[in-house]
Design a protein around this ligand. Sequence first.
Ligand SMILES: Cc1cc2nc3c(=O)[nH]c(=O)nc-3n(C[C@H](O)[C@H](O)[C@H](O)COP(=O)(O)OP(=O)(O)OC[C@H]3O[C@@H](n4cnc5c(N)ncnc54)[C@H](O)[C@@H]3O)c2cc1C
Length: 399
Amino acid sequence: MIVPLVLLMGEEGDGMFLTEEQEQLRREVRAFAEREIAPHVLEWDEKSEFPHAVVKKLGEMGLLGVIFPEELGGAGMGYVEYVLAIEELSRVDGSVGIIVAAHNSLCANHIMLAGNEEQRRRWIPRLASGEWLGAWGLTEPGSGSDAGGARTVAVRRGDRWVLNGSKTFITNGTYANCVVVLAVTDREKGTHGGISAFVVEKGTAGFRPGKKENKLGMRASDTAELIFEDCEIPEENRIGNLGDGFKDAMRVLDGGRISIAALSLGMARGALDAAVSYAQQRRQFGKAISEFQAIQFKLADMATQLDAAWLLTMRAATMKDRGMRVTRESAMAKLYASEAACRICDEGVQIHGGYGFIKDYPAEKFYRDVRLCPIGEGTSEIQRMVIARELLGKAPSRG
Ligand SMILES: Cc1cc2nc3c(=O)[nH]c(=O)nc-3n(C[C@H](O)[C@H](O)[C@H](O)COP(=O)(O)OP(=O)(O)OC[C@H]3O[C@@H](n4cnc5c(N)ncnc54)[C@H](O)[C@@H]3O)c2cc1C
């Protein structure tokens, strides 16, 4: 990692080490989130309103192209910075965190990772600047964890491909200007050379977003169905080698899972901050509830789990920035951070007592939003399978 290192004091001397630039980025994103996002969180959540204006501003700040090189219009930063940005956004609103995550590390990163030079130049600058919003479609109604069971097909017709099928639960699906879609190009070969990736742009005949989901949490983010009916796209829109789509998608998810760990960290930190503040204000039996050891122990456990999750996530991010393979480390970070975040947000509600159940306090929303984290980009069960396979030396699989 980059030296010299500076002790980050922003989080009460919790032992985190970041460069001055990284610390500055964290401060800027936190200030932005508190100024531009916090005042609207409740309303967006209630109305399931997509925060278009904030997404535009995130593009202007470079946060929609954090991990892409400057020559392609990106911010030229790495996964450590990416984690910090998503964490700070999600500390205020997980919905904004997941919008950024799906755009950066799934959609744009698939193009960056598997696309050729021409394809990168065609799509990355528009995505990195925020001119375009991106989505990534792997999941289908009948294939989630078992992504290799996809039914969406792409059939070659001359120098064009014809897509038929549907994708489900796609983040940014309704509003995306382009989507990277995984489709079966050779049923016989299946995950071993039979799935390919395509970029489908908004407005392409035969492509339309379908049902927009009404969700438990992350309600300001958009989760939608994508429908392909005789959707014809040119060969130039096929990304990566023919048949390598599944393999590339697994590589994309290695990075994507770091972003879900970051999303978990942010919501957990928001829940912990809210709990600490509430515990010091709320008085029962003539004293602040923070003076009761039972509450202190909860806060201590929450903070310890959060730091452990942060360190696992930063290990994966640092390794990724060094170009190392992170299948095991990103799965561990995602598994631990998401499950720890659920426990932390649950205790956040408990510390608030009845007020934790009321929408006037942020604890309730963190509790709902965070529940996505052990599910999206591979469930906890799938992460355990990935980690075990890595340990036992078997071929890595999806989630
Ligand atoms: C809000 C939201 C946003 C999303 N965004 C996207 C997106 O942008 N793009 C995209 O492609 N997908 C997206 N997804 C889909 C997400 O990745 C899937 O929901 C997830 O991978 C699980 O698939 P599933 O829902 O079909 O569950 P299933 O695979 O049906 O799993 C159901 C249960 O069975 C368990 N299970 C399944 N197989 C096994 C096994 N072999 N061993 C043990 N347990 C098993 C699972 O762990 C889970 O507990 C999103 C989902 C949500 C809810």
